[in-house]
Design a protein. Sequence first.
Length: 226
Amino acid sequence: MPTVLEALKNRSSKRAYTNEKIPKEILEEILQAAGHTPSGANMQPWVTYAISNAQTLKNIGDAIIAKMNEGVVHDQFIQYYPVKWTNPYKKRRIVTGAGLYKLMEVDRKDDATRLQMWHDNFKWFGAQTVIFVFTDKANIDEAQGAFIDCGAYMQSVMLAAQEFGVDSCPQGSTTEFGKVVAQSLQTPDNLALLYSVVLGYEDKDAKINSYQPEKVSLEESVTFID
Ligand SMILES: Cc1cc2nc3c(=O)[nH]c(=O)nc-3n(C[C@H](O)[C@H](O)[C@H](O)COP(=O)(O)O)c2cc1C
C-alpha cells in the first residue's frame, strides 16, 4: 500500500489499459474516499457519473469523434486551456507534447498519427471505467470556487485509486466536448461537464505508459518567506 507521498510521486497519466474491469466495491471505495475532499462551505460541488458500461462509453466516444469529424473544434461548457498561451506555460506544454511524440517515434508533421492519438482519448485508452465530473451551472455563474473544489476532487480520485493499483488519466479533451457528453448521457440541463478521468489497470507493456514528463523544481514554483 503506497504512502500518500509515494502515491503523489508515483502517479502518472497512463494512456494504455488492459481490459480488466475495476471491481465495483473498489470503485465505490475510491469515490467514497474522494468524497472527503474539502470544499468551500462544504459545498461538495462535484456531480459524478461513474461509467463502466462499454456501450455507453462507446456511444460517448463515437459522438465526440463524429463531432470532430464535422470540423467542430469544441462544444464545451467551460474553456479549460488558456486562450492566450504565455511562457513558461507555453514552453512546458510544447516540451511535454514533444517528449511524448518523441518517445512514440511520431513525427512532428505526422498529423494522421497525432489525430489518432487524440482520438485514443475518446476510446478511453482501452480502459473500462471513466468518471465524468459535472457541476451545477449555478455554481460557476460568475464564480470560480467550484473549479478549485472539483480540481481537488480530481486529485483525490487519482490518489485513492493508487491505493488499489488503479491507474488514471485526467481528460480535458472531454471538457472540450462537454456538451456532446451531456447530450449523450442526457444529463439534467443544470449540469455542466468539467472533466473526465479514465480509470483502470495500466498495460505495463505499452511504451506510452513509461512517459514521465519533467516537473519544475521547487525553486521555480515556490517562494519561501522564512
Ligand atoms: C485537467 C487536466 C486535463 C488533462 N487532459 C488530458 C487529456 O485530455 N488527454 C491526455 O492524454 N492527458 C491529459 N492530461 C494529462 C496531462 O497531460 C498530464 O497530467 C501532464 O502531462 C503531467 O503528466 P503526469 O500526469 O504523468 O504527471 C490532463 C491533465 C489534467 C490535470
